[in-house]
Design a protein. Structure first.
Length: 363
């Protein structure tokens, strides 16, 4: 039986107080991050404040989307927007997870999704209840304990140290900004990366560009930069004045997160630009007082996992929980497989047909 009061949306003053009282809080659990997600997705604030009978308070950051009038999806958060999870004054307990999930089982949402932060996964394991489907997500996290000298000599692999030294000798210019001014440079690298992938698979450039903007719209990064402000760092490495690599890191409390990154592989790879960007971002996280540098999920890509591990990151888990009235996640997985098959078929047909002219008649 649920005991206590629930208020939704969570009042911002109370939310901020719970945020300050949770030692494991991350940037994804701040009201400003929810505002950025809401602006980018067109969703509404469905956050929940739980006032427990024992005086403790919990907050679930949550965005509501309404794809069809009268039907809604509640996410903490939607895919590619981080781990909303659950905040708890004094730190999370398994009983807090159990309390929250039991309440959300009564929701009228078609689907409710919550993803734990990597540092609280063990509490979620102990708080799962029947009716909630859960899955583990692998996340690479670097422990910043001991300071940068310790990380450099004890946690960075020798190959990573060599790569950083090579980048430092390569004449790269690195800039970091918190105003959003570097969003266009970051986004262009993303579009260029997408175009390169399209060439490799034979997909028409126009099709790839439309898919890229739909998957990662520019307004998403503009909203994050404008709303999160100084806690959003955009890093850009330039070679001979041209941007060749960029990453976005997010900082709050004890946790820094590597959120996104793209590069011109042909140039940035040999110059080891990404190694240098992460080295600088790690130093920045330490200067901000962070204890952990999360490098996110790798989607099972072995090379990406290995790259993160050369920088000292180790595997941890996040728990992805779903409550569904209809099998939406199953349908989405089927849709994804169908779309992937269609893309492979289109790419194969394009390769067979030869080069496809651009709009201006070029090849």
């Amino acid at each position: 039986m649920i005991r206590g009061e629930v208020i939704s949306p969570a009042p911002r003053e109370a939310w901020s107080e719970v945020l300050a009282a949770d030692p494991d809080a991350t940037v994804y659990q701040t009201p400003t991050w929810l505002d950025a997600v809401r602006q980018a997705t067109g969703g509404s604030d469905a956050s929940r404040l739980y006032l427990l009978d024992d005086g403790r308070r919990l907050v679930v950051p949550m965005v509501r989307r309404t794809p069809i009038p009268g039907l809604h999806l509640d996410d903490s958060y939607p895919a590619n927007y981080g781990y909303g999870g659950l905040l708890a004054a004094g730190g999370l307990r398994p009983s807090d997870v159990r309390h929250t999930l039991t309440d959300l089982l009564t929701s009228r949402a078609l689907s409710t999704r919550l993803k734990s932060t990597p540092n609280t996964a063990h509490h979620w394991d102990g708080g799962l209840v029947p009716g909630v489907v859960s899955a583990s997500r692998r996340v690479e996290v670097l422990d910043l304990d001991g300071g940068f000298d310790h990380i450099w000599t004890r946690r960075f692999e020798s190959s990573a140290r060599r790569a950083v030294r090579k980048a430092e000798r390569s004449g790269l210019d690195v800039e970091s900004d918190t105003s959003g001014r570097l969003v266009p440079a970051f986004y262009q690298l993303y579009l260029d990366w997408t175009e390169r992938r399209a060439r490799e698979t034979g997909m028409p450039r126009a099709v790839a560009a439309v898919a890229a903007r739909r998957r990662e719209p520019l307004k998403k990064f503009l909203a994050v930069a404008a709303t999160v402000g100084e806690n959003c760092r955009i890093w850009v490495a330039r070679h001979e004045g041209v941007p060749i690599a960029s990453i976005i890191t997010l900082v709050h409390g004890a946790h820094a997160s590597y959120w996104r990154g793209y590069s011109d592989k042909a140039v940035a790879g040999p110059l080891r630009a990404n190694n240098l960007l992460h080295r600088l971002a790690i130093e920045d996280a330490l200067a901000a007082g962070c204890r952990f540098y999360s490098m996110g999920e790798s989607g099972g890509v072995g090379a990406l996992e290995k790259f993160k591990q050369t920088l000292g990151a180790t595997p941890r888990r996040a728990v992805d929980c779903r409550i569904e009235r209809l099998p939406i996640s199953r349908a989405a997985a089927v849709k994804g497989r169908v779309e992937a098959a269609a893309t492979r078929l289109l790419s194969a047909r394009c390769r067979h047909a030869g080069p496809i002219p651009d709009r201006d008649g070029g090849t």
